[in-house]
Design a protein around this ligand. Structure first.
Ligand code: BGC
Length: 593
């Protein structure tokens, strides 16, 4: 989450879709990609669908408005399924669509088994599901298990009296002895959204714990009734046919039962709170028991349902635990935030972190991600202002040519930028109000999808939309880029098509090359089943770089290669591996001959 990437990363100091319909007509043979493989070859189908999937996150409020109220909705998404199919998307992760007061735009759920009227109805949802299925696109729900809305009936009951049967469904406590409410919270823990994590409730004279907004009380996962109720909601959606879940803020389920004060760390957050060690209320070992039990529930369903985790973790060792390590019995795909949120183009660090994902997760499947609804878009985090598009192409190459399952966020394929509000009074995300101006909130990465150059970027026919379209939509939009064979959109499309159809890119193991080069990241995807290896060479710098590979030393079957895709026209005809001159931020993807 942005706030996590924004502040906690700092704190952590921090299917197969062959029948996907990608036809020759759909995979443009452009100047820069004219050697891209013909998709006729049917690649192998090793492993479950999600291993090779391209998962596309949709923020429903911002994707497509079908009824002209200025807010995106489910029918809007259904209208755009052909677009997603054309891009090569295998699954959609829908940010929360459940009934909600929308304090945190759906992450504050008041009913886990319905659809918010803003987004449609369960009938609309079923239609989306069945239309997506016709296109071999799966739907993954966002499941928020750490907290509910304070308007959820469970919390309303819980807050009503100390003896209510649901009292113990949330985390309640008296304040610190010796003080008086509301100024004696049980401890010094802070909310990730600013200030004390405790809210005094005069009705019963106790405080409740909220890791996020005050309106998002944490559930008490030490109470088995909570697990049983939440697993019931999981079954509700699995029974409807969803492909799995993205588990929101999942490391935050448990807190230290003794409510010990957190250790303070130097510096302050954007909200003016002193930084603190989060180990008493994040990533507690108890959470792994819940993950194993949840995995057992999900695995009983046919069709390889998947569990994806929002797992901002300090290192690969911690990430491995979320797979269940060698037991492989927890999440299928905890997100690896170690790679996508490095936030600087450091070839050494990328090499190290990608290698970690190859070698330190016991044969589990990595899931890389560069963009989501909580973080400043990668375009802005990695761009240098001059070579932004080349850099975006390079990052996309990493996402689609490593062995990782690929997770992308709407608009990433056209290089949408983060466009924060310029005035505090325009901010919609509450953290942007609390944290202004240091933290402007997450509105900037949630602006409407830029479909075309018409009113509201083709997102809505309303006079005003919940967030305005970013100012660059007239020139940067899907329509313009679909028409341009050299666009970023077509780069994404070709990368995805290549990755789906080339057996080496699908299943080949990975070898890092030229490992002491701090300017250029090079790796080989080793050939499978008689298919040649593929070499990926990425110039991480704004200056020209020359690299050379020695077939002997580098154990390459040949010293000649054939360009598949490159962002540098000068490399279009490159075949000699012994001297490759890379322009700034160039991406070169070549098949060994
Ligand atoms: C979601 C955020 C949300 C938070 C609280 C996150 O990790 O991605 O958008 O604000 O959880 O639910």
């Amino acid at each position: 989450m942005g706030h996590i990437a924004r502040s906690l990363l700092g704190m952590f100091a921090a299917f197969v879709l062959l029948a996907s319909g990608i036809s020759l007509a759909q995979a443009p043979q452009t100047f820069r990609g004219r050697n891209a493989p013909k998709p006729a070859a049917h690649a192998g189908t090793a492993g479950p669908w999600w291993k090779h999937a391209v998962i596309y996150e949709i923020y429903p409020r911002s994707f497509q408005d079908s009824n002209g109220d200025g807010i995106g909705d489910l029918n809007g998404i259904t209208e755009r399924l052909d677009y997603l199919k054309g891009l090569g998307v295998d699954a959609i992760w829908l940010s929360p669509i459940y009934p909600s007061p929308q304090i945190d735009f759906g992450y504050d759920i008041s009913d886990y088994e319905n659809v918010d009227p803003q987004y449609g109805t369960l009938v609309d949802f079923n239609r989306l599901l069945s239309e997506a299925k016709k296109r071999d696109i799966r739907i993954i729900m966002d499941m928020v298990m750490n907290h509910t809305s304070d308007k959820h009936p469970w919390f309303i009951e819980s807050a009503s009296s100390k003896t209510n049967p649901k009292r113990n469904w949330y985390v309640w406590d008296d304040g610190k002895a010796g003080g008086a409410p509301p100024d004696n919270p049980p401890n010094n823990w802070t909310s990730i959204f600013g200030h004390s994590a405790w809210q005094y409730s005069p009705m019963t004279g106790q405080y409740y714990y909220h890791r996020f907004y005050i309106q998002q009380p944490d559930l008490n996962w030490r109470n088995p009734a909570v697990e049983s109720a939440m697993f019931g909601t999981v079954r509700f959606w699995l029974d409807r046919g969803v492909a799995g879940f993205r588990l929101d803020a999942i490391p935050t389920l448990f807190e230290d039962p003794k409510l010990t004060d957190a250790k303070l760390l130097p510096g302050t957050t954007a909200y003016g709170d002193q930084n603190q060690d989060t180990s008493l209320y994040e990533n507690l070992p108890e959470v792994h028991g819940v993950m194993r039990r949840l995995r057992a529930v999900v695995d009983k369903y046919p069709g390889q349902r998947v569990l994806i985790g929002e797992t901002y973790l300090p290192n690969i060792v911690e990430l491995d635990k979320w797979y269940g390590g060698a037991q492989h019995n927890e999440l299928h795909l905890p997100m690896d935030m170690q790679v996508g949120f490095i936030n600087k183009l450091d070839a050494n660090l990328f090499r190290q972190r990608i290698s970690d994902a190859e070698t330190k997760i016991e044969g589990n499947q990595p899931l890389f991600v560069f963009d989501n609804h909580d973080n400043i878009r990668s375009w802005n985090r990695y761009g240098d202002g001059t070579h932004d598009e080349l850099i975006a192409r390079l990052l996309a190459a990493i996402l689609f040519t490593t062995r990782s399952t690929a997770l992308m966020y709407y608009g990433q394929e056209i290089g949408m930028t983060t466009t924060p509000p310029t005035r505090k009074e325009d901010v919609k995300d509450p953290i942007g109000i609390t944290g202004w101006p240091r933290e402007k909130g997450r509105d900037g990465e949630r602006t409407p999808m830029q479909w075309d150059d018409s009113q509201n970027a083709g997102f809505s026919t309303a006079t005003s939309t919940w967030l305005p379209a970013a100012a660059d939509y007239k020139t940067k939009n899907v329509k313009a880029q679909q028409d341009d064979p050299n666009s970023l959109f077509n780069w994404y499309k070709q990368l995805i098509a290549t990755r789906k159809t080339d057996p080496t890119l699908r299943d080949g193991s990975m070898t890092m090359l030229d490992q002491t080069n701090s300017s250029v990241l090079s790796y080989l995807r080793n050939g499978v089943a008689g298919h040649p290896p593929i070499l990926v060479v990425l110039n991480f710098t704004g200056t020209p770089q020359t690299v050379s590979f020695d077939p002997h030393k580098d154990h390459l079957p040949s010293s000649k290669a054939h360009t598949l895709l490159t962002s540098a026209p000068a490399l279009e005809q490159q075949s000699d591996l012994t001297r490759i001159e890379l322009p700034p931020y160039a991406t070169w993807i070549a098949r060994l001959q």
